[in-house]
Design a protein around this ligand. Structure first.
Ligand SMILES: O=c1ccn([C@@H]2O[C@H](COP(=O)(O)O)[C@@H](O)[C@H]2O)c(=O)[nH]1
Length: 224
């Protein structure tokens, strides 16, 4: 089985991002580049990172009207990302158009409820009920729209996996036992998420901010 860990490279400098990826590449399965990286380095930066030789996950969390999101998907087509994110709350038509505009080998997955939010945060945005119900609702919408899968926390991935048998499930908000949680709220260990059916484990700071990122990546790999 290939390594399910995608390292989230949320660092401002391209040379630092590349050095980190080169350091851990034998112990992770892919590289996740998000808004911080893409806003700073754009297509050029992604192509540089692709030289490391691992699959690239573009976590752009696209969320706009269908025509605009489809245009953005077409604009990144040339980068041949393995995975791209959109927000499920953009609605069914937006997700359908995003999938139609994506490359054949790109998985399009929908962010359901950010792992940095809990039910108190949800209520403040006008969404009543549990995080679990909200994730299940948006997972169903994403499946109906023809997406490949969703992003959810390790708290929900087991239930989503039962409902959507062949879905592709990306789980961030992962913390090895005893590590700093930071701004994440719905957190589990990488092993727990894997056991509950995660396809991709997104791990950032527990590796990138570790004193020894290579040792941290190795140690996480050893728990899976
Ligand atoms: O719900 C979500 C969606 C995306 N993310 C992204 O994952 C990583 C997590 O980084 P850590 O340092 O391991 O917390 C980060 O790039 C987020 O943008 C998420 O955390 N939650």
């Amino acid at each position: 089985m290939s390594n399910p860990v995608f390292i989230a490279i949320d660092v401002p400098r391209l040379d630092g991002a590349k050095a980190l990826a080169e350091k851990v590449k034998g112990h992770v399965g892919g590289i996740k580049l998000g808004l911080e990286f893409f806003c700073a380095h754009g297509h050029h930066g992604v192509l540089e990172m692709a030289q490391v030789g691992l699959p690239i996950f573009l976590d752009l969390k696209l969320h706009d009207i269908p025509n605009t999101v489809a245009g953005a998907m077409q604009s990144i087509h040339v980068l041949e990302p393995a995975i791209v994110t959109v927000h499920a709350s953009g609605g069914r038509a937006m997700m359908e158009d995003a999938k139609a505009a994506a490359g054949e080998n790109t998985k399009v997955v929908a962010v359901t409820m950010l792992t940095s939010l809990d039910e108190t945060d949800m209520a403040k945005t006008g969404i009543a009920g549990s995080a679990h119900d909200q994730v299940m609702r948006l997972a169903e919408l994403a499946e109906t729209a023809g997406l490949d899968g969703i992003v959810c926390s390790g708290h929900e991935v087991g239930a989503v996996h039962k409902q959507w048998k062949n879905g592709y499930f990306v789980v961030p908000g992962l913390r090895p036992a005893g590590s700093t949680v930071g701004d994440q709220k719905r957190v589990v260990t990488p092993r727990q998420a894997r056991d509950d059916g995660a396809s991709v484990l997104v791990i950032g700071r527990p590796i990138s901010k570790a004193e020894d990122p290579l040792a941290a990546a190795r140690s996480i790999e050893g728990t899976l």
